[in-house]
Design a protein around this ligand. Structure first.
Ligand code: NAD
Length: 284
């Protein structure tokens, strides 16, 4: 199974489909990532805040796959924001992952001194310690402001994107600025009403595919990178098997009607949520 690449704004090639490890405990991450690599995944998405970088690193080391053939993303958490803290936190992540260079480093959340963090990341990029730098959870206003007041344009913005929260206007802003949209929660984080949705179910039956496959394919056809998560080996294979069918324009239009325009997970504009996230500490 060959996964096509997306070319980021600094020329780096990123597999359009990767494997997410949110909520996979470190003790299980090694086994899950090893299985994903065996199935053919070559793009792993972790974060300091997931507290499983070491497990991901052990899997990469044990896999026997050449380091340059695996695309590794990690993210800096809010408590490590600011120029100095971010450099130190990156070094801890890099060591836990057991790699010389990280392929994509993201600011996990647009809270705290993320301008300082971005300057640190620009330095890491110039020094060659990361191949691409980007952000996550940035709404268009904050993204555009970050771009206008810094030198390097983020290569990626990883944001919640799925049939119930489609982000078309956000994607248009990102396209105009050369920022690749990467979906987190592509399967609605396992929401039952996504897997039983009548429109998605009908389209899946037409193509003899599952709803998960239709949703991932729909995102890929919108030129959105996806990083679905599962620890179930059969589902790992299922989520990778999305390159042998095409969702027709009229089917794309039907899926477009499912958009609610609102997050099903987290409201970044709610002050209490911003404060809750900003004060949550992890063992980074
Ligand atoms: P997801 O949309 O990938 O859904 C995961 C859940 O869907 C799993 O728990 C599993 O039960 C279910 N699932 C997976 N494949 C399935 C299949 N084929 N059939 C039926 N059910 C299936 O949600 P996610 O894990 O939250 O998002 C994916 C990745 O995105 C994460 O693992 C993480 O790497 C990243 N992420 C980033 C942020 C961020 O703030 N940047 C937030 C959340 C997730």
């Amino acid at each position: 199974m060959t996964v096509p690449n997306l070319t980021l704004n600094d020329g780096v090639e990123m597999p359009a489909l990767g494997f997410g490890v949110f909520l996979v405990p470190d003790v299980d991450a090694e086994g899950a990532v090893l299985q994903a690599l065996e199935k053919g995944y070559r793009h792993i998405d972790t974060a300091a805040a997931y507290e499983n970088e070491a497990g991901v690193g052990r899997a990469i080391a044990r896999s026997g796959i050449a380091r340059e053939d695996i695309f590794v993303t990690t993210k800096l958490w809010i408590q490590d924001a600011g120029e100095t803290h971010a450099l130190d936190a990156f070094e801890r992540s890099r060591v836990r992952l057991g790699v010389e260079q990280v392929d994509l480093l993201l600011i996990h959340q647009p809270f705290g001194d993320y301008y300082g963090t971005w300057r640190a990341m620009e330095d890491l990029y110039r020094r060659g310690q990361v191949r691409a730098i980007g952000v996550s959870n940035f709404y268009p206003d904050r993204l555009v402001d970050l771009i206008d007041h810094n030198e390097i344009v983020p290569a990626v913005n990883q944001i919640e994107t799925h049939p119930f929260f489609q982000r078309s206007a956000d994607q248009a802003v990102m396209r105009s600025r050369g920022v690749q949209l990467e979906s987190w929660g592509p399967l609605g984080q396992g929401r039952e009403d996504l897997f039983t949705n009548p429109i998605l179910t009908e389209i899946a039956q037409t193509h003899e595919k599952t709803v998960a496959q239709v949703v991932l394919r729909w995102l890929l056809q919108r030129e959105i990178a996806v990083i679905p998560k599962t620890v179930n080996p059969a589902r790992m294979a299922e989520n990778l098997d999305v390159f042998d069918f095409v969702i027709a324009d009229d089917e794309m239009a039907r899926i477009a009607t499912l958009d609610t325009g609102a997050s099903t997970a987290f409201n970044h504009h709610d002050p209490s949520s911003a404060s809750m996230l900003g004060t949550t500490r992890f063992d980074t």
